[in-house]
Design a protein around this ligand. Structure first.
Ligand code: NDP
Length: 251
C-alpha cells in the first residue's frame, strides 16, 4: 500500500458502480485509502469491492440511490461506523439525458436535477456534520466542461445541472474554507464510460457514441488520477478546479 497523503484516508464515493467513480475507488484503494462505494447496482459495487480486497485494499459497498436523502445519510453512517470518520466525499453520481428542449422530456429533466444536483447536495448535507466535528474534510464534486460551455441543442438541462455544480462548489469553498474543509470541482470532457447511454432516443445514443469515438474519449482512469492529485496535496493546499478533456476535443 502507498504511503502518500491518500493512505488511510476514508473516502466515500457515489456513482462507484461504473466509470469514473469505480475507477477512482480502485485507484485510491491502491494508494491505501479506505473506500466506501455507493450506487444503486449492488452487484457491480460488490464486484469492485472484491477486486479491491483481492489486491490487498480496504473497501465496503452500500446500495444507495442518491435521490433519497435517507439513503445518502446511510452511506455516510456506514463509513463512520466502519472506519470512524469521513475524510473525503467524491460526489460523482450523475446522469446525462440529451434531447432538444422542445422534445419536452420533462421527466428526464426532473431526473437529472434530482441526481446531479439534489443528490450531490444530499451528499454534502450528510457529510458536513462529521467534517465539522473533525475540523477537517474534503468535498470533491464532478462538474463537466458542459458546466462551462452550453451544449445546445440537446444538452441544455444537463449543462444547467453542471453549471449549478460549479456555482455550488465555489460557494461551498467560500463558506467552508475557514472550517478547514477543502472543496474541489473536477470538470471532465468526454470520458469513455456508460454516461452517453443515458438518453431515451436510440438515435441520440448512437450520435453520442460516434461523437465520443471521434473526439477520442479518454479513459476514466485519467479523471481518477486528477481526483487522487487533489486528495494527495498537503492539508494546506486546496485544488479548486481541474478541467480535463481529450486533446482532440475542441469544447
Ligand atoms: P457512468 O454512467 O459510468 O457512471 C455514473 C454513476 O452514477 C454510476 O455508478 C451510477 O450507478 C451512478 N448513479 C446514477 N444514478 C444514480 C442514483 N440515482 N443514485 C446513485 N448512483 C447513481 O458515468 P461517468 O462515470 O462518466 O459519470 C460520473 C460523473 O462524471 C457524472 O457526474 C458525470 O456527469 C460526470 N462527467 C462525465 C463525463 C463523461 O464524458 N463521461 C464528462 C463530464 C462529466 P448506478 O446506476 O448503479 O446507480
Amino acid at each position: 500500500m502507498g504511503t502518500s497523503n491518500i493512505a488511510d484516508k476514508v473516502v466515500v464515493i457515489t456513482g462507484a458502480s461504473s466509470g469514473i467513480g469505480e475507477s477512482t475507488a480502485k485507484l485510491l484503494a491502491r494508494h491505501g485509502a479506505k473506500v466506501v462505494l455507493g450506487a444503486r447496482r449492488k452487484d457491480r459495487l460488490d464486484a469492485a469491492v472484491k477486486e479491491i480486497s483481492a489486491a490487498g485494499g480496504t473497501a465496503v459497498s452500500v446500495a444507495v440511490d442518491v435521490t433519497k436523502r435517507g439513503e445518502v445519510e446511510g452511506l455516510i453512517r456506514a463509513a463512520v461506523d466502519g472506519f470512524g470518520r469521513v475524510d473525503v466525499i467524491v460526489n460523482d453520481a450523475g446522469i446525462m439525458s440529451i434531447a432538444p428542449i422542445d422534445a419536452l422530456k420533462v421527466e428526464e429533466w426532473d431526473r437529472m436535477i434530482d441526481v446531479n444536483l439534489k443528490g450531490l447536495l444530499y451528499g454534502v448535507a450528510a457529510v458536513l456534520p462529521s467534517m465539522q466535528k473533525q475540523k477537517q474534510g474534503h468535498i470533491i464534486n464532478l462538474a463537466s466542461v458542459f458546466g462551462i460551455k452550453v451544449f445546445a441543442p440537446g444538452g441544455v438541462v444537463y449543462c444547467a445541472t453542471k453549471s449549478a455544480v460549479r456555482a455550488l462548489t465555489e460557494g461551498l469553498r467560500i463558506e467552508l474554507h475557514s472550517q478547514n474543509i477543502r472543496c474541489t470541482m473536477i470538470s471532465p470532457g468526454a470520458v469513455a464510460t456508460e454516461l452517453p447511454e443515458g438518453s431515451s432516443e436510440e438515435a441520440t445514443r448512437k450520435n453520442l457514441r460516434e461523437f465520443y469515438k471521434a473526439i477520442m474519449a479518454i479513459p476514466a482512469n485519467s479523471i481518477a488520477s486528477a481526483i487522487a492529485y487533489a486528495i494527495e496535496q498537503p492539508a494546506d493546499v486546496e485544488i479548486d478546479e481541474i478541467v480535463i478533456r481529450p486533446t482532440a476535443q475542441d469544447f
